[in-house]
Ligand binder design. Structure first.
Ligand code: HPA
Length: 252
């Protein structure tokens, strides 16, 4: 697909799919696709479980632009670089974006394999895509309250457990220590991951409506007797992605 074909479809809604969650797009059918590598300023992810392409799908007849795979700061990129895809989607008139990710569960009342609606975030990355401006952007409601209400309603109709909580973004690429997880819990985090926050900040600064969903792929370090492993994160994400696809479809 050429970039012109994307432009013609005029998608107003976009979704970014995180680790192991790429199959959500396949469930809806792929009308067209373009590789990140074919778009100036974008490049494919170096991480297994992240495909690296835009896919155009249709949900209830409406075009939805899906970013299958994302870039991370831990790949050695700046927060500005990892959010190039958000600015690219904005140029096509995307007005609202759902950011999904794989995350470790910190809140002991959650369960692995469940979804968490992001109510707010803690930016522990030490960076932001807005370095250099625009300055002093309001971040009082990054994750749209009206959109959150629709997710809660949709999950209850689907009888899907949907937790709500604060997502802490950490640089990675190593997983956390148990002491770091206890610190994050004390700070108010319910889940931890290595993405999403730069994209959410960039999208809000562009005036987009933002929603965030975490797939809780594992217990965060120290919560259970276990070691953490990316292949398990990806396989839990894959196993539970049908629930995510159903929830997204219902909200759209
Ligand atoms: N920590 C950080 N990032 C993650 C985790 C985690 O436990 N699980 C999935 N992404």
């Amino acid at each position: 697909m050429s970039i012109a074909a994307l432009e013609k479809a005029c998608p107003e809604t976009a979704i970014v799919l995180g680790s192991g969650l790429g199959s959500v797009a396949e469930a809806w059918g792929i009308e067209a696709e373009v590789a990140y590598a074919d778009i100036p300023g974008l490049s494919a992810s170096t991480v297994p479980g992240h495909a690296g392409r835009f896919v155009l799908s249709r949900v209830h007849g409406k075009p939805v632009l899906i970013a299958q795979g994302r870039r991370h700061l831990y790949e050695g990129l700046t927060a500005h670089e990892v959010t190039a895809g958000i600015r690219f989607m904005h140029t096509f008139g995307v007005k609202r974006i759902i950011l999904t990710n794989a995350a470790g569960a910190i809140n002991a009342s959650f369960a692995v394999g469940d979804l968490m609606l992001i109510t707010d975030h803690l930016n522990l990355l030490g960076s932001t895509p807005l370095l250099g401006g625009p300055h002093f952007h309001d971040m009082s409601e990054v994750y749209s309250a009206p959109w959150r209400a629709r997710f809660i309603e949709a999950a209850s109709q689907l009888r899907l457990p949907l937790h709500q909580g604060v997502y802490a973004a950490t640089l990675g690429p190593q997983y956390e220590t148990p002491a770091e997880i206890r610190m994050m819990r004390t700070l108010g985090a319910d889940a931890v991951g290595m993405s999403t926050v730069p994209e959410a900040i960039q999208a809000r600064a562009l005036g987009m409506e933002v929603a965030g969903i975490s797939m809780l792929t594992n217990w965060a370090a120290g919560l259970k007797a276990q070691t953490l492993d990316h292949s398990e994160v990806v396989s839990t994400g894959r196993a539970s992605s049908a629930n995510l696809a159903a929830l997204l479809k219902s909200v759209l």
